[in-house]
Design a protein around this ligand. Structure first.
Ligand SMILES: [Zn+2]
Ligand SMILES: [Zn+2]
Length: 253
């Protein structure tokens, strides 16, 4: 399984517009973070998790020419606002299969009604094939995907487990039953927003605590804000099996 981190930043990305924070002003490429998303290439199937406002740029800069399906973790704009830019894929292959929680699907239908419209469609508008994800395994082509339900403040959102690879973002809490699905995971991706605590996202310590408990071979931190610090500095302080992800990082699982 090939993974590309298309983006590893929190909702505003890094740099934040107009910010004079030293991390926002950093010239290190690893301190420039687009909104969080990953590309998975496995068993001749290409999947993207989340489709934020940087989707077009992310797909172009990684020369991606096919996406078979998009999984959405939740409805927040930093994970969904790029959906209009699936158009080139729709023009080539038809409606894009999308997979998410029923609440998230309803939210997308309301915000992007022209994409879901069945009548009087605008010529060239993107189209989707909606698939509802409950707490049950599902398949995209021959790939089996296990949803992991996690808490993100007051809402439940989705993480995804594919074989021994798990992707969790925007997590603040995780129930024991869901945690138990992650036992034996080889590579775990999890969010770590900043050093201090936050009401709806793990801070660094909370992410490290979960990693310690799950004990994967390797863990990668994502959904990072400038308040976590410089990539170079933070990366050095992490446990041996924990890595700070950065945009366009490619890994093999
Ligand atoms: Zn987010
Ligand atoms: Zn969110």
């Amino acid at each position: 399984m090939k993974i590309i981190f298309l983006g590893t930043g929190t909702s505003q990305g890094i740099p934040v517009i107009g910010s004079k924070d030293p991390v926002c002003l950093s010239q290190d490429k690893k301190d420039k973070r687009l909104r969080s998303s990953i590309f998975i290439d496995y068993k001749n199937t290409q999947i993207v998790i989340d489709c934020g406002p940087d989707f077009r740029q992310q797909i172009l800069s990684n020369n991606i020419d096919n996406v078979d399906a998009i999984l959405f973790t939740h409805e927040h704009a930093d994970h969904t606002a790029g959906i209009d830019d699936i158009r080139p894929f729709c023009h080539k292959k038809g409606a894009m299969p999308i997979y998410t929680h029923p609440r998230v699907m309803k939210n997308l239908e309301e915000r992007f009604s022209y994409i879901f419209a069945t009548e009087n469609r605008y010529l060239g508008a993107p189209s989707v094939v909606p698939h509802i994800v409950l707490n049950q395994d599902f398949k995209i082509k021959s790939i089996l995907i296990k949803p992991i339900i996690v808490g993100h403040g007051s809402i439940d959102i989705l993480g995804f487990l594919i074989d021994k690879f798990a992707y969790l973002t925007d997590v603040k809490t995780i129930a024991e039953t869901e945690k138990s699905k992650l036992k034996g995971v080889n590579t775990l991706v999890v969010n770590a927003l900043r050093i201090t605590k936050h009401p709806t996202h793990f801070n660094l310590q909370e992410a490290l605590d979960l990693i310690k408990e799950i004990n994967p071979k390797k863990a990668y931190l994502t959904h990072i804000s400038h308040k976590l610090g410089f990539h170079k500095v933070v990366a050095k302080k992490l446990p041996k099996n924990v890595f700070l992800a950065y945009d366009n990082l490619k890994i093999l699982v």
